[in-house]
Design a protein around this ligand. Structure first.
Ligand code: SF4
Length: 600
């Protein structure tokens, strides 16, 4: 009789590069990954225990201690707080009688914090046993705890509602609304699945690449590398096998457009992967998707099966001899850094998601050391339309540097948060009008998430595009009633500390020093020199290995640049030095821990 673990290992062919899948299944089945199981996995896969441990300890959703029969992960993003997260957190703690990072004594419920779960348009939100609960209130938290105590399954705890009356599939169990507020030429509804694949089999892979190059489309993940060029590099690279990765690990707080595309236009995305596979000569595609979207798994698998059944995937696609392409889904396990393409590849190989040194770039040496293209969800959707309508057509949208359209995730203080597809060149002013936010009520807009910039009203005439404000598409609108430094900048600073992979000393240390300086200023103990120190220390971070470290100082640097008066209002004007140490506070804190009565 096979044990549960043996069945899981067998499901993945005892392949150590599928360690992520193995650990995800064990975590989901047992609620944690015990020492004994870790040893068994290491033995069965021919790995060292340390290697298995390293992967387990890297990801937020793996745990080596029991996490409860029900695991509640409450999002702690800045927008969640703006929408009432603190009250919801207090209600969960009160009803459960535990604090965060604790499990109830009966082992029933574990309560945890988690970074942005891609639901900024419907916060506060939580993941409970891989199901998403949105628009939480203290009352709803109480109801959820009551249902848990009554033994209800998570699927019985909510009424399914997509917010638009449409029922896409009973395979998605969620209350998530997919707020597509503006549809453009990429997300339009008349798209017919398969037309691009039917078209490309009549032309050569080189012609497909030429058309994509003609469109000037650049990667939509934020870095903006020309897609056609990337495909050409990969096509020309040598390797026994080539791979197409779709990066659906959108972890930038404030971004949720990929979630909406994955739910509303999954066929468009999969067709884009097939087109990319044909163009570069790849035979396997991997959709790397963040763990937070696990609730979409069954639904996406059913779409893939439909493509196999109709020969849009598989061998000799649509009768074209030698055109073979398969797609599999790879889930992450909670690590923002895996949005970086080489970290994502490491993760898909079952390892810690640490960025690789480059060169070589993935197009030469990527997944399993083979030539690999990594494209964003939105890029792959757009290339389908490029193939169908032509590169010139695509160039008729947007600006010279930024052709086509951009799908934006907009949240925060506005009437209509959601997903908007607009042509590049749209200004922030236009966006505020579009989403129902009055300019006079808005004190700032965070463009591009924490790694982007926070801009003030005097810059609202700036446009979205590589020539001005390049962005992966997240915009958070910050109303006049918000405390920018406490509610936004501090939250983002802590996010980067949590998410650093720890490889570079700069990124491991400097974000904490910056956060401590910020806290010192917020506690009214800062001096002018502290602001200057933060500017200088922020520059050191630019020497970090990957984009995470290189941009980790941006929340502080861009807020000092555009909102310096907020810092100056809080510092001590009559002092040039203050070490920030508060003896009275320190004694009180220590007494809290030791239980002694302060004597000062
Ligand atoms: Fe890791 Fe940060 Fe270095 Fe990137 S910059 S490799 S996240 S330590």
């Amino acid at each position: 009789m096979k044990t549960g673990l043996q069945k899981i290992l067998e499901k993945y062919g005892n392949d150590k590069t599928r360690l992520m899948d193995i650990l995800i299944d064990v975590q989901s089945e047992n609620g944690f990954i015990s020492r004994e199981v870790t040893i068994q996995i290491a033995e069965e896969l021919g790995m060292s225990e340390v290697d298995v441990d390293q992967t387990i300890s890297f990801y937020h959703f793996f745990s080596q201690k029991p996490t409860g029969k029900y695991q509640i992960y409450l999002n702690n993003s800045a927008v969640a707080y703006m929408m009432g997260r603190a009250e919801v957190a207090a209600a969960f703690m009160k009803e459960l009688g535990i604090r965060f990072n604790e499990v109830t004594p009966d082992g029933l419920v574990g309560l945890f914090e988690t970074s942005c779960i891609g639901m900024n348009d419907q916060e506060p939100a939580a993941i409970i046993n891989n199901r998403i609960f949105t628009r939480l209130t203290p009352f709803r938290a109480k109801e959820i705890v009551r249902d848990i105590k009554e033994g209800k399954s998570v699927d019985d705890m909510f009424v399914q509602d997509y917010g638009d009356g449409e029922n896409r599939s009973d395979l998605i169990k969620s209350v998530v609304s997919n707020n597509i507020r503006k549809i453009g030429p990429i997300l339009e509804r008349n798209y017919k699945y398969g037309q691009a694949v039917e078209k490309i089999i009549g032309i050569s892979p080189e012609q497909v690449i030429e058309e994509v190059k003609k469109s000037n489309i650049r990667g939509r993940g934020g870095a903006g590398f020309p897609t056609g060029l990337k495909w050409e590099f990969c096509r020309n690279a040598t390797g026994e096998k080539k791979y197409i990765f779709c990066n659906a690990d959108e972890g930038e707080p404030g971004t949720f457009k990929d979630r909406v595309i994955l739910t509303e236009r999954p066929r468009l995305l999969f067709e884009g992967m097939v087109v990319a596979g044909y163009a570069v000569g790849a035979t396997e595609g991997i959709l790397y998707i963040r763990h937070e979207y696990k609730y979409l798994q069954q639904y996406l698998e059913s779409i893939l099966q439909g493509a196999r059944d109709t020969n849009y995937l598989g061998k000799n696609i649509l009768g074209k001899k030698g055109f073979n392409f398969e797609i599999r889904i790879q889930f992450g396990a909670g690590a923002y850094v895996c949005g970086e393409e080489s970290a994502l590849i490491e993760s898909a190989e079952g390892k810690r998601g640490e960025p690789r040194d480059r060169p070589p770039f993935p197009v030469e040496k990527g997944y399993r050391d083979m030539p690999t293209v990594v494209n964003n969800v939105e890029t792959l959707c757009a290339v389908v339309k490029v193939v169908l309508m032509g590169g010139e057509w695509y160039k008729s949208f947007g600006t010279t540097e930024s052709t086509g359209t951009k799908v934006l995730s907009i949240s925060g203080d506005c009437k209509f948060p959601g997903v908007y597809e607009v042509a590049w060149g749209f200004s922030i002013d236009d966006i505020l009008d579009m989403v129902g936010a009055r300019k006079e009520d808005v004190q700032a807009v965070q463009v591009g998430g924490p790694s982007g910039a926070i801009i003030a009203p005097n810059e609202f005439n700036r446009i979205l595009g590589y020539e001005d404000l390049a962005t992966g598409g997240s915009l958070i609108i910050i109303g006049n009633n918000r405390d920018i430094l406490t509610q936004i900048v501090l939250n983002f600073a802590e996010f980067f500390i949590d998410e650093s992979c720890g490889s570079c000393s700069t990124c491991r240390i400097v974000p904490t020093l910056l956060r401590n300086k910020l806290v010192k200023i917020l506690n009214a103990r800062g001096v002018e020199q502290d602001i200057e120190d933060m500017i200088e220390w922020g520059k050191i971070l630019r020497a970090s290995r990957c984009g995470l470290g290189q941009t980790a100082a941006n929340p502080i640097l861009s807020s000092i640049k555009n909102f310096r008066y907020l810092y100056e209002e809080k510092i001590q004007k009559n002092k040039v030095f203050d070490n920030g140490f508060d003896l009275v506070m320190a004694v009180k804190e220590s007494c809290k821990v030791t239980g002694r009565v302060p004597n000062i």
